[in-house]
Each structure stands twice: as structure tokens, then as C-alpha cells.
Design a protein around this ligand. Structure first.
Ligand SMILES: [Zn+2]
Length: 498
């Protein structure tokens, strides 16, 4: 693709209904409207929040000029109301590879607006006391529970001009160049004392610096005892093998002959046809239905119908990646295995999954293998040890967008990044798309690491492989054949996350 696919269009000010709504909710007493510029350059955020907040505060519609700026700041490709009214068609914009000159101009103006000056937003109150033979005392309050006291020079006896509260107040008011503005300044000054302007300036500087330091202090933390570490089961030296497929086409009699203990097959596929899993069942393999990653409320019924169907056909287990989906499966009396989406990142999460009554947990693929090994596994714990890891689920059918609106999403598509890596995109339930990693996770050559992690199961996750490749990979993990992916990754199993 010559163009890069952008995230969804932002909400539009163009349509009158949105601005009416914003005014409406503000009138209804909503004090805060969140204007979001996710993953955007600061310049973009400055332009968008600047215009939006002005328009909302002034209870008016944006001017033509403001609209032009908004469009330029985004990608000149328009906006959507989709998030509000639910019509989520056409949520993609395409940004040209090179930003054009006008936009760059607009951006640099926006950049100047926030780099050249300090916006004074924090109201403060200052009190000062000037007494004979004592250092000048000044206190600042920020109205958020912070206050600081500083001491300045000791006043001298006035020779000509004596300090007055008015003159002192006026000098303390000057907080330009700082984040503060004075709501009130009050000074008590004994008669016939002299303070140099420089010493007052220094006092104010110290005071505001002290206040900034105070405000930057982290709040006191509560300290509570750590919950007791769950106890793990004994180490398992011989984990079961799980093959997870994405389509029925990947299931072949040859793969069945590998006799994995489990196969995980999408619920949506099993509901269509159970025939391809028969050879597996005959070989003693148990079948577990994989629930879609995303199920909206209006799709619950459809999912329940599918669950009922596969349950009647003898599939008693589901793999759920979301706490909400556990309930759906339970209602029908099915048993649940917890997928990676449940984020089993430590012993406590694994134990929580056990307490939820799940049959097994999937250790997070963001853990290092050593962490997986050291985790207390209070229930059966499995790990994905092969395959393209899913990066993202898109609510939009990216594939049909890339083919001009015609949905051909049965065939996988791909996205490529600047480095030339190719990320497969495949269809999931209801035209959602899953974007997979460009590289395949591969650990078959590290059996000692896999088998010493105390796992109940190791899972091979097949995504874009055809039936023959699935068999080759499966054999390789059994120590047969010499399959190796073209580009492989060890994932985070040795690197970990910070
Ligand atoms: Zn589609």
C-alpha cells in the first residue's frame, strides 16, 4: 500500500448535531468534556483542543476558518459521527505519506503557541509579613491543600522610602513566566522598614519554586500487607499439546494423526461444521471451542445459539479471553479455559482464574519464560509456544476498506510497515479483523526451556498456515522434521517487558 491506514476519524464539529450535543451536555451540568487526541502529535492536540474548548465555552458553532484548521490538522479526509450514532461505516482516513506544507505551517504555529509561554493556570494566595529584626516571611497556598513558607532578607531601617503593604503586594503579584496567577496577596508590614526590590523578587522566586517542589512531591502511599502468595501445584514435566486453528481447512487427518491432547477451534467454525474435527475425536483429542475475542451485547444471542449447538454436538469446553464471556458459556453449563486475554501475568492472576472456576489459565505471552517457570501455578497453566501472536482486533473490516468497500475478507489481507514487515489481517466473527504479528513465535529448538517451565500445556497457534504447514510445525515440535519459519521471533519470552 502506498498510503498508510490511519486510525478512525475524529468526531466532527462539522455536523451541527455534535456541537448542539456538546452544548446540551454542558448545560446539563457536565463540567468536563474529554477531548481526546490519542497517539497524536502534540501540535494536533493543541489545535483540536484549542478550537473545541473555545467553541464549547463560547456556546457557538465553529467558524469556517476553524473548520478548515481542524481538517488540515487531521488529514483533510473528513470526520465521523460514528462513535455517537453507531454508524461505523467509513471510519478510516488515509493520510498521505508526506505531510503537506500548509499543514506543517499550521503545526509550527501551534507549536509556538505552547512552547513560547507558560500558561498560568494555578491560582494561588500569598501572605507576607515584614517585621523589624526578623527575616521577611512569605506563605503561598495553592488551594489544593499545598502551602509553603519561605524566609527572605531581614528588612533594614528605612532611610527615605519605607515599605508599604500595597507596594509589596504589587511586587508579589508578578508571577509571569510561572504556572501561577495570584488570586489574592495580603501583606502585613511594620512601619519604617526598607526592603529592596531585588530582595522581594528573590523572595517571590523562592516562594514559587518551593511551591512547585511541594506540588511535585508524590502523595503519601498507603502500605498494606501483600496478600498471601498462592501455592502452586507440583511441576509438570510432560505438558499436553494443544493445537489452536483458525479455520477448519487447517484440520487434516495428518494433523489428527499427531494426536494432540486438545484442539482449539473457533466456535464460529465449529457451529458450521463438526466433520473436520471427527478424526481428532476418534484419536482421543478433546475439542475446545474458541469464543470470538469481541462480542457486543447485540451479538450475545447469536453466540449463545452457536454455543448451544456445539455443546449438543459434544463440545463441552470453551476458551474465553474475556471475563464477560465466561458467564455466557457457564450459563449453558460449559466449562471454561482462560485464554491469554485474561492476562495471567503473575501467581495472583492465575489463582484468581482458578477461583473463577476455570479449568486452565494461559500464561501471558508478555512474560519471560523464567517468570512463567517461577509463577505459582495453582491451576493448569498453558503457554503459546508457536505462531503469529495477535497484535490487534479491529472493529472495522480493514480488509474490505483496502479493497474499495467490497468485502472479500474471507481471503486474508496484509498490512506492511515502513521496515517492510508484513502483518497478516484475517477476518474474525462479524467482520472484525485480527492483525497478526509479522514474525512467527518459534521455540521448537528450545525444548528444555519450554519443558522446564512447569506448564500443563504448550499451545501451537496456527493463524495463516495451510494444513500442510500445520502438520510440519506440529512434527517439528515433536522433534521430527526440520521446519523453521522464514522469519522467527522469540517473542518476549527471553526479553520480557519493562
Ligand atoms: Zn469484511
Amino acid at each position: 500500500m502506498g498510503q498508510r491506514l490511519e486510525e478512525s476519524h475524529p468526531l466532527s464539529l462539522k455536523d451541527n448535531c455534535l456541537i448542539d450535543r456538546l452544548i446540551e451536555i454542558e448545560d446539563a451540568g457536565v463540567a468536563c468534556v474529554k477531548i481526546e487526541g490519542r497517539m497524536k502529535r502534540p501540535e494536533y492536540t493543541a489545535i483540536v483542543t484549542g478550537i473545541y474548548s473555545k467553541v464549547i465555552k463560547e456556546h457557538r458553532r465553529p467558524t469556517d476558518e476553524e473548520l478548515l484548521k481542524l481538517e488540515a490538522a487531521f488529514s483533510r479526509q473528513g470526520f465521523t459521527q460514528g462513535y455517537f450514532d453507531g454508524t461505523r461505516k467509513d471510519m478510516f482516513g488515509v493520510r498521505p505519506e508526506k505531510p503537506d506544507r500548509d499543514t506543517e505551517k499550521l503545526y509550527s504555529a501551534a507549536r509556538r503557541s505552547y512552547t513560547d509561554s507558560e500558561a498560568r493556570r494555578v491560582p494561588i494566595t500569598i501572605y507576607s509579613v515584614v517585621e523589624k529584626n526578623k527575616p521577611v516571611t512569605a506563605v503561598a497556598f495553592d488551594g489544593e491543600g499545598n502551602h509553603v513558607t519561605v524566609f527572605g532578607a531581614t528588612p533594614e531601617k528605612a532611610v527615605r522610602v519605607a515599605a508599604t503593604p500595597e507596594a509589596l503586594n504589587e511586587q508579589l503579584y508578578k508571577t509571569g513566566g510561572t504556572p501561577y496567577y495570584c488570586r489574592d496577596v495580603q501583606s502585613k508590614v511594620d512601619p519604617e522598614l526598607y526592603l529592596s526590590a531585588a530582595s522581594v523578587n528573590e523572595l517571590r522566586r523562592q516562594l514559587l519554586t518551593a511551591l512547585s517542589d511541594k506540588r511535585a512531591e508524590p502523595p503519601a502511599r498507603r502500605r498494606l500487607p501483600l496478600p498471601e502468595m498462592p501455592t502452586g501445584r507440583g511441576q509438570i514435566a510432560d505438558p499436553v499439546t494443544v493445537y489452536q486453528v483458525r479455520t477448519l481447512d487447517q484440520l487434516s487427518p495428518e494433523l489428527a494423526a499427531m494426536k494432540p491432547e486438545y484442539i482449539y477451534v473457533p466456535l464460529t467454525e465449529l457451529a458450521v461444521d463438526m466433520t473436520p474435527v471427527q478424526p481428532f475425536i476418534e484419536n482421543g483429542t478433546k475439542v475446545c471451542a474458541v469464543m470470538p475475542r469481541v462480542i457486543t451485547d447485540d451479538q450475545e444471542h447469536q453466540i449463545i445459539t452457536m454455543l448451544e449447538k456445539v455443546f449438543q454436538n459434544g463440545v463441552g469446553e470453551v476458551l474465553a479471553g474475556n471475563i464477560g464471556h465466561v458467564r455466557l458459556a457457564r450459563r449453558l453449563g460449559m466449562r471454561v479455559r482462560a485464554d491469554f486475554g485474561m492476562n495471567a501475568f503473575n501467581s495472583y492472576t492465575v489463582d484468581m482464574i482458578r477461583r473463577m472456576g476455570c479449568l486452565s489459565a494461559t500464561a501471558s505471552f508478555e512474560l519471560r519464560l523464567a517468570q512463567v517457570r517461577d509463577m505459582a501455578k495453582s491451576i493448569d497453566t498453558e503457554l503459546i509456544v508457536y505462531g503469529r501472536l495477535p497484535l490487534m482486533v479491529s472493529d472495522q473490516c480493514v480488509i474490505s476498506h483496502s479493497t474499495g468497500g467490497k468485502c472479500s475478507c474471507q481471503t486474508p489481507a496484509q498490512l506492511s510497515d515502513r521496515k517492510g514487515s508484513v502483518f497478516p489481517i484475517v477476518r474474525e466473527f462479524d467482520h472484525r479483523n485480527v492483525i497478526y504479528n509479522a514474525h512467527k513465535l518459534f521455540l521448537a529448538d528450545k525444548p528444555e526451556d519450554m519443558y522446564s517451565a512447569g506448564l500443563w500445556g504448550i499451545r501451537l497457534l496456527f493463524s495463516t498456515e495451510n494444513a500442510r504447514e500445520c502438520v510440519e510445525v506440529a512434527k517439528c515440535y515433536k522433534g521430527q522434521g526440520d521446519y523453521r519459519p522464514n522469519v522467527l521471533t522469540r517473542g518476549l519470552y527471553y526479553r520480557g517487558v519493562d
